[in-house]
Design a protein around this ligand. Structure first.
Ligand SMILES: CCCCCCCC/C=C\CCC/C=C/C(=O)SCCNC(=O)CCNC(=O)[C@H](O)C(C)(C)COP(=O)(O)OP(=O)(O)OC[C@H]1O[C@@H](n2cnc3c(N)ncnc32)[C@H](O)[C@@H]1OP(=O)(O)O
Ligand SMILES: Cc1cc2nc3c(=O)[nH]c(=O)nc-3n(C[C@H](O)[C@H](O)[C@H](O)COP(=O)(O)OP(=O)(O)OC[C@H]3O[C@@H](n4cnc5c(N)ncnc54)[C@H](O)[C@@H]3O)c2cc1C
Length: 631
C-alpha cells in the first residue's frame, strides 16, 4: 500500500491526546504512552516489511521525529528500537542475528548496563555471568544491592527481554564486561521469570513516559549461545576467544553518542522555532517612546539570545552528519580487522556528545527565558524540551567523564609534540604552538578557527604541565590526573569547540557553492555568527593563547552586531525552514499561525481546575475559614 506516512500517522486518532498528558497520573501517562508506542511500532514494522511504503522523501526522519509530537515526552520503546536492535545488529554473530532479528519477534527489549552503584565507571559493574560448562549455560547474578541494574528505559513494565552488561567469569577467571541476551518476563503472561526481580524506578525530571526500571538476577540461567558473539566468543568447553580490541563491547555507547548529536540538533531547532515565532508575535515596550510597542524580536539582546540557537542547530546537524559518516567509515574498517581509527572516533564522539548536550540544554533554557513568563507554561513545550535535552548531559556517558576521555587523547599528542616526535597532520598546530609559530590574528572565520586551535594547544599544554608537575612531586599517575582534571576538561571543551567551528565553517563554504547565491549568503551569515559568538564568549582565552588584540575584539563585536541585524529579516524564515509541524512542536507559543494568545486560552480551558465553577475544596477548606472570620 502506498501511503504518505506523515498524514497516515497524523490521522490515527488514538495517537493524539484529548487531555494534555500533564494532567495524567504517573501510571496513566505510561499506559497512554505504551498504547501509542505499539501503534507506532506496528507502522514501523509495516514500513520495514514493505507492507506500507513511503511517498514522502523526508519520511525516515519524520517517522522518528513525529514521535516527539505523539508522546510529547518520549516513546517508551525508544531503547527497544534505538539500542536493543542496533546492539544485536552490531555485536551479535550472523547466526544470532538470524535468530533474534526477526521482524515478528516476540521480544521487546532494552539495554541494561547501569547499576545502582555504578554508571560512569563501568569496569566497576558487579553483575556476574558465570559459565557453567556442565550445562552449557551462563548464570546471571546480582551479588548485592549496589549491583541492581537501575535506569534502563522500558525495563520497568514493558520489556520482556534485555541485553545485559555483566562481568564474565570462566573457571574463576574474570574476563571483564560482556553483553548477554536474557529473557526476563514470560512472553505470554508477561510475569517476571523465576529468579528475576524487576520494576519501575519512579518519577523523574523528564522521560516520564519511559518506564525506566530496576532489575536483579538470582542465579538466572541463560544458554551459552546468548552471549553476543560477533567480536568475542566462549566455546562449548569454556575456551575464551578474545576480541580484536577490548573496547568493541562499548560499541553501542559509541554509536548512540554519535546519533545523539543529530537528535540534539533537532531539539534545538524545535526550541528555536518556538522562541523565534513567539518573538515575532509578542510585542512589548516601544523602542522609541513615541512609537508603538515593538516585536520583541527587534530587541538586539533578544536576537543575541535566539540567533545563536538557530545557528547551533545547523552546527549540530552538520557535525552530526559528519560524525555519522566517520562512524560508517570506521565501522567498515573494523569489519576488515583494522582498528586504527577507533581511538580517534571515540575521542571525537566523547567531547562532541558532551558539548552538544551541554550547549543544547543551555540554549533550550535560553529560549525558554526569551519567552518570558509564557515560556514557563508547560503548554509552551519548552520545559519538556529542556527536561529531555538536559538528560542527555548525563546519560550515555556523563559530561565530565566523557571530556576526560578526550583529554587522554589530547595529552597523548601533546606528549608527542613535547618530545618532538612526529604528529598527525590534524595536530600539527601543537608543534607550531611549542615553536611559537603564532599566526598574526585575522578577524575572519579562518582566523577564529586558528585562534581556537591556539586555545586547544595552550590549554592542553597547561594541563599537561600540571600533570607533569604533580608527577614530579611524587604523585601516582591517576592521582596526578585527578588533580589536573579541571584543566584537562577545559582542554577537551576547547577541542570540541574548535572542531565545531572548523567543520561547520568548511562544510558551509562547500554547501554554499551548491545552492542559490541568496541562500549561500544567509548560510554563511549563520556560520560566521556562530564563530563570532564563540570568539566573543572565549575572548579571554583568545587573549591568553592567541595574538588577538583589544582592537580586534572590538571589531569582532561590531561585526557580530552587524550579523544580528543582517539575520533579523530572515529569522522567521530560517525557523520555518526547519519545517517542524505544529503537531510535533506542541506549543501554544510556536505554532505556524501565530495565534499565541488564542491557543493559550484554549489550553487553559482544558485544565481540570476549570471544570467546576466552584471547586469542591472551597466548601471543604476555604469557606469554613473565610466565613468564620466574617462572623
Ligand atoms: C533510532 C535511533 C534513535 C537514537 C536517538 C538517540 C536518542 C536517545 C535518547 C535517549 C536514550 C537514553 C538511553 C541511555 C542509555 C544509557 O545511558 S546506556 C549507559 C551508558 N553508560 C555510559 O556511557 C558509561 C560511561 N562510561 C564509559 O563509557 C567507560 O566507563 C569509560 C569512561 C569510557 C571508561 O571505560 P574503562 O574504564 O573500561 O576504560 P579504561 O580502562 O579507563 O580505558 C580507557 C581506554 O579505552 C578507550 N575507550 C573507552 N571507550 C571506548 C570506546 N567506546 N571505543 C574505543 N575506545 C574506547 C579509551 O580511549 C582509553 O584508551 P587509552 O587507554 O588509549 O587512552
Ligand atoms: C534519562 C536517563 C536515561 C537512562 N537510560 C539508561 C539506559 O537505558 N540504560 C542504562 O544502562 N543506563 C541508562 N541511564 C543511566 C546513565 O547512563 C547514567 O546515569 C550515566 O552513565 C551516569 O552515570 P551515574 O548516574 O552513575 O553518574 P556518576 O558517575 O555517579 O556521576 C556523578 C558525578 O560524579 C562525577 N564523576 C564520576 N566519575 C568521575 C571521574 N572518573 N572523574 C571525574 N568525575 C567523575 C560526574 O562527573 C558527576 O558529576 C539513563 C540515565 C538517565 C538520566
Amino acid at each position: 500500500m502506498m501511503i504518505h506516512t506523515n498524514n497516515y500517522i497524523l490521522n490515527i486518532k488514538e495517537l493524539w491526546d484529548d487531555v494534555p498528558e500533564e494532567y495524567l497520573s504517573h501510571k496513566e501517562r505510561y499506559e497512554n504512552a505504551i498504547k501509542k508506542a505499539f501503534i507506532v511500532l506496528k507502522v514501523l514494522r509495516q514500513l520495514h516489511t514493505g507492507n506500507i511504503q513511503i511517498t514522502d522523501h523526508r519520511t525516515p526522519t519524520n517517522v522518528y521525529s513525529i514521535q516527539d509530537g505523539i508522546f510529547r515526552n518520549v516513546n517508551p520503546l525508544l531503547i527497544h528500537i534505538g539500542l536493543f536492535w542496533s546492539t544485536i545488529a552490531a555485536q551479535a554473530s550472523t547466526e544470532q542475528q538470524a535468530e533474534w532479528l526477526q521482524p515478528d519477534s516476540s521480544m521487546i527489549g532494552t539495554y541494561v548496563q547501569t547499576e545502582l552503584g555504578h554508571g560512569s565507571f563501568i569496569r566497576g559493574i558487579e553483575t556476574t555471568a558465570t559459565y557453567d560448562s556442565t550445562t552449557d549455560e551462563f548464570i546471571l547474578h546480582t551479588p548485592r544491592l549496589s549491583a541492581y541494574k537501575w535506569w534502563p528505559g522500558g525495563l520497568g513494565n514493558t520489556a520482556n527481554a534485555c541485553l545485559v552488561m555483566a562481568q564474565l567469569y570462566i573457571n574463576g577467571t574474570c574476563h571483564g564486561l560482556h553483553i548477554f541476551l536474557a529473557q526476563i518476563r514470560d512472553f505470554d503472561t508477561h510475569k517476571p521469570l523465576p529468579g528475576i526481580k524487576v520494576g519501575e524506578i519512579g518519577p523523574k525530571m523528564g522521560f516520564n513516559t519511559a518506564d525506566n526500571g530496576f532489575l536483579g538476577f538470582d542465579n538466572h540461567r541463560i544458554p551459552r549461545t546468548n552471549m553476543l558473539m560477533k567480536n568475542v566468543q566462549v566455546l562449548r568447553d569454556g575456551t575464551y576467544v578474545k576480541p580484536k580490541h577490548d573496547k568493541l563491547t562499548y560499541g553501542s555507547m559509541l554509536l548512540t553518542r554519535v546519533t545523539l548529536i543529530s537528535d540534539l540538533a533537532y531539539q534545538l531547532s524545535k526550541a528555536a522555532t518556538i522562541a523565534v515565532r513567539y518573538s515575532a508575535v509578542r510585542r512589548q515596550s516601544p523602542i522609541k517612546s513615541n512609537e508603538p510597542e515593538r516585536q520583541i524580536l527587534d530587541f538586539v539582546s533578544q536576537q543575541h539570545k535566539l540567533f545563536i540557537t538557530i545557528a547551533s542547530s545547523h552546527v549540530y546537524r552538520v557535525v552530526g552528519l559528519w560524525m555519522w559518516n566517520s562512524h560508517k567509515r570506521v565501522t567498515a574498517d573494523i569489519h576488515e580487522g583494522n582498528m586504527g581509527q577507533l581511538p580517534e572516533l571515540h575521542a571525537l564522539a566523547c567531547c562532541l556528545k558532551a558539548i552538544s548536550s551541554r550547549d543544547a540544554s543551555a540554549l533550550v533554557e535560553q529560549c525558554r527565558l526569551a519567552c518570558g513568563g509564557h515560556g514557563y507554561m508547560m503548554a509552551s513545550n519548552l520545559p519538556q524540551i529542556y527536561a529531555y535535552t538536559t538528560a542527555a548531559v548525563t546519560y550515555e556517558g556523563e559530561y565530565t567523564v566523557l571530556l576526560l576521555q578526550t583529554a587522554r587523547y589530547l595529552v597523548k599528542f601533546w606528549r608527542l609534540a613535547a618530545e618532538h616526535k612526529p604528529l598527525p597532520q590534524n595536530f600539527a598546530y601543537f608543534e607550531d604552538y611549542i615553536k611559537k609559530n603564532f599566526e598574526q590574528w585575522r578577524n575572519s572565520p579562518e582566523g577564529i578557527i586558528e585562534g581556537f586551535k591556539a586555545i586547544v594547544a595552550g590549554k592542553t599544554k597547561a594541563a599537561y604541565d600540571t600533570l607533569q608537575c604533580n608527577l614530579r612531586n611524587g604523585r601516582e599517575f591517576e592521582e596526578a590526573w585527578n588533580m589536573a582534571s579541571v584543566q584537562l576538561t577545559n582542554a577537551s571543551e576547547a577541542y570540541a569547540r574548535s572542531l565545531l567551528c572548523e567543520v561547520f565553517w568548511k562544510e558551509t563554504v562547500q554547501l554554499s557553492t551548491k545552492v542559490s547565491k541568496s541562500l549561500a549568503i544567509v548560510l554563511e551569515q549563520l556560520a560566521e555568527l556562530y564563530l563570532m559568538y564563540w570568539a566573543l564568549e572565549k575572548h579571554g582565552d583568545l587573549l591568553l593563547y592567541s595574538t588577538i588584540s583589544r582592537n580586534d575584539i572590538e571589531a569582532l563585536q561590531s561585526r557580530y552586531e552587524e550579523l544580528l541585524a543582517l539575520i533579523r529579516p530572515n529569522a522567521v524564515g530560517l525557523v520555518d525552514a526547519f519545517d517542524i509541524r505544529d503537531e510535533v512542536l506542541c506549543s501554544t507559543l510556536g505554532a505556524y499561525d501565530g495565534r499565541v494568545y488564542e491557543r493559550m486560552m484554549e489550553e487553559a480551558s482544558k485544565s481540570p481546575l476549570n471544570e467546576d465553577v466552584v471547586n469542591e475544596s472551597f466548601h471543604k477548606y476555604i469557606r469554613p475559614v473565610t466565613m468564620k472570620n466574617k462572623l
